[in-house]
Design a protein around this ligand. Structure first.
Ligand SMILES: C[S@@+](CC[C@H](N)C(=O)[O-])C[C@H]1O[C@@H](n2cnc3c(N)ncnc32)[C@H](O)[C@@H]1O
Length: 313
């Protein structure tokens, strides 16, 4: 990928990315269009390109992402299945297949998550923070600052940014702050805060899988990975996208049984060995891993992990 396009895509400057991508590889131009929300044009470009190069991984990713955004699950699934065939070693490809209902059930399906959070967006901050005592956003932002993100300020991506609770705390650490979320309702609330340089409506798996190599200084993921299931695809892509020395800080609900499991809450909880082993298997070093209370549920604190990973320099 051309360096100007890669930098613009990484930094959330999608207009520049599109201008610079015209005349280059069509899948890259399609990605820039998709980032700008011009999804019909992106799909047309992908389909035309895939007619001549049916195994192009980026075109398949963008095609699948566009179908998913349009709510066309079968189209999204077919493109993801083709991606898994052509890139069998990419865990994220297999995870996309599963998340689209093409494998054994392991996490809430994306449509379920969008419906839930679109409906929750207006009352989210008041309910979660004031009623349930949620503190995940503060824990993640504090841990990123303590890990050294922001010194100097770089590109920070807030995965599953929701209404943007992390945003004001991440802003001083970032030269470019980009939020990613599946729910347009949550993103509308995040936009109102006026602290993000760019907001992207996307499944974080697609966003990570299409982000340029070694282009992000830090990822924040507060209380979102529990909607994903297995962490191998997320960690593998994050390790690819982070700059050497970059950080990935997240909270997830904790369990002591097995590796991870989908609970009655419809969120996934993870064991400490699973988090540590999956990080190590993907070349990420665990710099911090501690038990925290994420919020209250039925007046009982929800046990969670606060974890800071680093891509070794
Ligand atoms: C519990 S909220 C947390 C929001 C924010 N990180 C915070 O700490 O306030 C979870 C958010 O993750 C988003 N989400 C869930 N699954 C996602 C996915 N696969 N890709 C992107 N966003 C997702 C939801 O739409 C929701 O806004």
């Amino acid at each position: 990928m051309d360096a100007t396009v890669a930098t613009a895509l990484a930094e959330g400057d999608f207009r520049t990315a599109l201008e610079a991508s015209v005349g280059g590889p069509p899948p890259v131009e399609a990605l820039a269009l998709e980032r700008l929300g011009r999804i019909d044009e992106a799909l047309a470009l992908c389909d035309a390109y895939l007619a001549t190069a049916p195994g192009d991984a980026l075109a398949l990713l963008v095609k699948s992402a566009v179908h998913a955004r349009r709510g066309e699950r079968m189209g999204a699934l077919e493109a993801a299945q083709r991606l898994a065939e052509v890139s069998p070693d990419r865990a994220v490809a297999h995870q996309l297949v599963t998340s689209l209902g093409g494998g054994s059930f392991e996490a809430p399906l994306r449509g379920e998550v969008v419906t839930l959070f679109d409906a929750y967006a207006d009352s989210f901050d008041a309910h979660l923070v004031e009623v349930l005592g949620y503190r995940g956003h503060e824990a993640v932002a504090d841990a990123l600052a303590a890990a050294g993100a922001g010194n100097p300020p770089g590109v920070i991506v807030d995965l599953g940014c929701g209404t943007g609770l992390c945003g004001p705390m991440l802003r001083p650490l970032a030269r470019r702050l980009i939020g990613v979320d599946l729910s347009s309702g949550m993103l509308a609330a995040a936009r109102m805060r006026g602290v993000y340089d760019a907001l992207l409506e996307a499944d974080l798996l697609y966003a990570l899988a299409t982000w340029p190599d070694a282009s992000v200084d830090a990822f924040a993921a507060a209380d979102v990975l529990g909607y994903i299931g297995a962490l191998s695809g997320v960690f593998a892509e994050a390790a690819r996208v982070l700059r050497p020395g970059g950080h990935f800080v997240f909270t997830v609900e904790a369990t002591t049984k097995g590796a991870w499991r989908l609970g009655p809450s419809r969120r996934v909880a993870y064991t400490e060995p699973y988090v540590r082993e999956t990080a190590a298997a993907n070349g990420l070093v665990v710099r911090r891993h501690e038990a925290v209370t994420l919020r209250r549920e039925e007046r009982v604190g929800v046990a969670a992990w606060l974890t800071a990973l680093e891509r070794p320099a």
